[in-house]
Every structure is written in structure tokens, then in C-alpha cells.
Design a protein around this ligand. Sequence first.
Ligand code: GLU
Length: 295
Amino acid sequence: MTVPVFRFAPSSNGALHLGHAYSALLNHSMARAAGGRFLLRIEDIDIIRCTPEREAQIFRDLEWLGLEWEEPVRRQSDHFDDYAQALERLVDADIVYPSFMSRGEMRAYIADAEAQGTPWPRDPDGAPLFPPVDKERPNSERRRRMEKGEPFAWRLDMEAALAHVAAPFFWEETGGGPKGETGRIAARPDAWGDVVLARKEVPTSYHLAVVVDDALQGITHVVRGRDLFHATAVHRLLQELLGLPVPRYHHHALILGEDGRKLSKSRGDTGIDALRAAGATPGDIARMVGLDLSR
Ligand code: GLU
């Protein structure tokens, strides 16, 4: 029998708050209950905002919460070559293209299109889909602009990518989507349009790094917040394109602030560090997020 492998994968761009504590504790207790392994992964591809100090604080907070994880911890910034290799395969398959449109150009393009009377399509997070301008550029122009050193992002050509794989494809959901979806979920990556897979300076994006790492670390169970439920469709597509194994997914409820909004890293009052300084115990934290650690 294969041993289940779980992971908690915080980004080290800020301090952990109650929402992270819930995700970490839930992962840890599900791993224990399944007789499985528990790994920690530091997602620090944003090399400007992710700092060693913030990473050290994450370790301190998780240790204080009573979690134990396997060493060594995988740090994404140490593995840019792995993501670059995966990206190269997609470049070779001709299903990614360099995009040069700036945010301002994109806004103007969409405003123009909407002025004709049709609302521009949005992704599941509410962001406008990427316009088809860069996708249509000739290779000679792409090469010229890249050689000139213009900033660009590698984007997945969603249409070409979908033509490469056998649809439909699915994932097994044991938590729940925003509408309570569970069981076998049909992936709809087209809802995201031409997503960014890498940038000129960083050879990956969240989507690419997460699927490469989950595969390299042998993750069998992905337990994470419900805000990533719809993004799983993109992850499934990348797994199909790269021939990677498919974990089971458990998207858990989000811990919301008193105003009913998602917690943010800048709101000190729900930070683990601030709660500890105010006298909370790890048991208090677990109770605050609705988990009973004594079982
Ligand atoms: N690093 C992501 C975050 O902190 C989580 C990624 C994942 O669990 O797939 O939101």
C-alpha cells in the first residue's frame, strides 16, 4: 500500500494568520489519521516579498503550534531549474507564447472592447481574461522583442493546450467547492483563459510550481483553502500536459474575519504571532478555528 503524503505550502511573503493555522493543523491531523507523511513546502517564487526572516517566522509559528514535519523542507526558490525544465517542454510543444501587453495596455484594450457593448469575459476570481493580441503575433516579432530585452510573461495558449489533451478530465474532491461540489469534478480550465506560467525573470508561476512540486514530492493529498478550488482545473490541465500523477484534493472552508472577509496577511489581529503575544495557547488557536486537537 502506498503511504499517503500531505503537504502544507505557505508562501513566505507575510506572517501566518488563523487561516494558515487552520490549513496547517488540518493537513497535519489528516496526515496522522491516514497514517501518512506530512511535508512542509515554502512557496517563495516572489523573490522580492518572500524573505528569510518571514520564512523563519513561519517555522517558529508552526513549531509553536505543535506541528512536526519532515526535513529537508522544499523551498521553491532553490528549484527554479525544475520549473524551467517543465516550461521548456511546454515551449517545445508550442502551447505557450510570450506576452508583452502591459497592465495598462490590457485595461485600455478591454475598455475599448466593452465600449462596443459586450462585457469582457472574467475568470473564476473575477479578473478579465487575457486578450488574444500577443497570441497572434508572428514569431519573428516575438524573437525581436525578446532579444531587445522587453519584459514579457510566458502564457499558456489555452486553446492549443486543450487540443493536446483528451477531454474531459477530472479530479476527486473530498472537501468542497464554493457551491459544495464534491466527488468527481470535471475540470474547466478554459474558464481561466491564457494563464501566466512564467515571467522573464522568474521561470515559473504559482500554477506551474505547485504541480511540478506536488509531483516531485509525491504528494497524494492536497489539502488547501477553498479559494483554490477553481484553480485546480488549471493544475489538472498542467498535469495532463506534463504527464504528472494526480493527487486527491480537499478544499477546506476559509476562516473569515469578523467582517466576513478573507483574512489578509496585513491584518495583525489574527496573526499567529500577535495572538501568541496576547497570551493565546496553541490549544486556543485550534479552538478558534474549530479543531479539537485532543482527539
Ligand atoms: N502557497 C499557496 C498559499 O499560500 C498555497 C498553495 C497550495 O496549497 O496549493 O496560498
